[in-house]
Ligand binder design. Structure first.
Ligand SMILES: Cc1cc2nc3c(=O)[nH]c(=O)nc-3n(C[C@H](O)[C@H](O)[C@H](O)COP(=O)(O)OP(=O)(O)OC[C@H]3O[C@@H](n4cnc5c(N)ncnc54)[C@H](O)[C@@H]3O)c2cc1C
Length: 399
């Protein structure tokens, strides 16, 4: 977001608890064509052409081939790409604690009591936003994506050499009791030089699945495949909310990223959306400033660009999808994804990246409904009864 604003020559200050060049902790994946469209393919550290998923319980389940390249960012290159564009930016070390607003400026007070003034404050402090206000969840409790992963070496390859596995739902290694519980899948990739990343993932659950459950399931899965961990280079603990309420779009602090509820509620992906939307929001703020906008009007220019009526409509459809997915058992979930990935690739990739129009999105869902199994149809119909208000909101386009 800062680099998008710097592009317009605006005067920027950053407040962060760590140095701007402190290494970012997470590994971020993205479909490669999303980056190619932005001219950012050089930020990838890994790229896979052999991309598969397994949507079935049996170990012998045939792979679904996605025929679409997936990539992993080189974290250092990604971070440096943005820092290079922020060489004139002033950085302050600390944490935002409170904000007050004057007529034409706002003032952030840090935990250490320092006061920082600006025409516009943008809160990018993640899912538990420091300053952005949200209404209490209408859908309590909030659902979380949780994953436990290991980067390391193994006694034999946990996925086929050169392969990326988006969702491996094979589950013959689980007990009947475990299978009756919430489903999990393996997200895994060959990182080269005998190093692999394997991550057991709970797509969404409220309350969140425990790390220990995921760790146990990952061990069971590897053991069943005769795979032992021989070196651990890094363990990843991933936890973030999928369906936080949208922020109040009339507030004076603008949010971006997790702070603005930008996570795709049905998939958990956000990085591609952040890269696509930051320049749009940067343009809107720069234009508003050039027209002399201050205060609420300035923040509104950002919020309205981030959450257009069209995006609000789609957001509620995704939320409906999430609620339905969480009600499916293992078999139904596999049938759902099997049907989803049988849609034409432009449709399923547009759903995942949130680039379809609301009409295209609804038509893709109608096609899937007509082509899927009866249990999945039943689940989707049942969802209309329990979460129909989300579909109603999508018609209205309200937050
Ligand atoms: C382990 C993990 C893996 C993920 N993988 C993917 C992926 O592969 N693809 C994808 O699209 N999405 C992924 N996500 C989801 C999402 O993209 C990430 O959660 C993303 O990091 C959110 O970005 P953010 O900038 O909003 O928040 P964060 O990355 O959480 O950054 C928030 C920043 O704000 C700082 N901060 C916090 N409080 C304050 C304060 N009071 N004042 C000042 N600064 C503060 C923090 O130090 C931090 O640097 C993943 C999430 C996790 C947790």
């Amino acid at each position: 977001m800062a680099s998008a604003l710097a592009h317009h020559g605006l005067s920027l200050q950053g407040l962060a608890p760590t140095a701007p060049d402190a290494p970012w902790p997470n590994t971020y994946g993205v479909w490669c064509d999303e980056l190619a469209d932005l001219g950012l393919s050089h930020l990838l550290g890994h790229r896979w052409q052999n991309t598969v998923s397994y949507f079935g319980q049996a170990a012998s389940t045939q792979a679904t081939h996605h025929r679409r390249d997936y990539g992993l960012f080189d974290k250092h290159t990604l971070q440096q790409h943005f820092l290079d564009q922020l060489q004139t930016m002033t950085w302050h070390r600390g944490k935002a604690a409170a904000v007050t607003h004057g007529d034409d400026h706002s003032c952030v007070t840090t935990e250490a009591g320092e006061e920082l003034q600006a025409k516009l404050i943008i809160d990018t402090t993640g899912h538990n936003a420091a300053l952005v206000q949200r209404p209490a969840s209408a859908h309590a409790p909030v659902a979380y994506q949780v994953a436990y992963g290991i980067v390391g070496k193994f006694s034999k390859p946990p996925v086929a050499p050169g392969q990326f596995s988006l969702m491996d739902y094979r589950a013959e290694h689980l007990s009947a009791e475990q299978l009756g519980g919430p489903p999990t899948f393996l997200y895994a990739m060959d990182l080269g030089e005998d190093v692999f990343f394997v991550e057991e993932t709970s797509l969404a659950l409220a309350p969140a699945m425990a790390y220990d459950t995921l760790k146990e399931r990952l061990q069971q899965r590897l053991e069943a495949d005769g795979v032992a961990v021989s070196e651990v280079h890094h363990t990843e603990h991933c936890l973030f909310p999928m369906n936080q309420p949208l922020p109040d779009l009339n507030q004076r602090v603008l949010g971006f990223g997790g702070a603005a509820s930008m996570v795709h509620p049905a998939t958990g992906y956000m990085v591609g959306a952040m890269l696509r939307r930051a320049p749009e929001v940067g343009d809107a703020i720069a234009t508003a400033l050039a027209h002399g906008a201050v205060g609420e009007e300035l923040a509104k220019a950002g919020w309205q660009t981030l959450w257009t009526t069209e995006r609000l409509r789609k957001h509620h459809i995704y939320q409906f999808g999430l609620e339905t997915l969480m009600r499916f058992n293992h078999r139904e979930l596999c049938q759902f994804f099997d049907s989803f990935f049988k849609l034409p690739q432009t449709k399923w990739s547009g759903f995942l990246a949130d680039t379809l129009t609301p009409f295209e999105l609804v038509m893709a869902m109608v096609t899937m409904f007509s082509q899927t199994t009866n249990p999945v149809r039943g689940g989707l119909m049942g969802g209309v009864g329990t979460d129909g208000q989300l579909l109603l909101k999508s018609l209205i386009g309200s937050p």
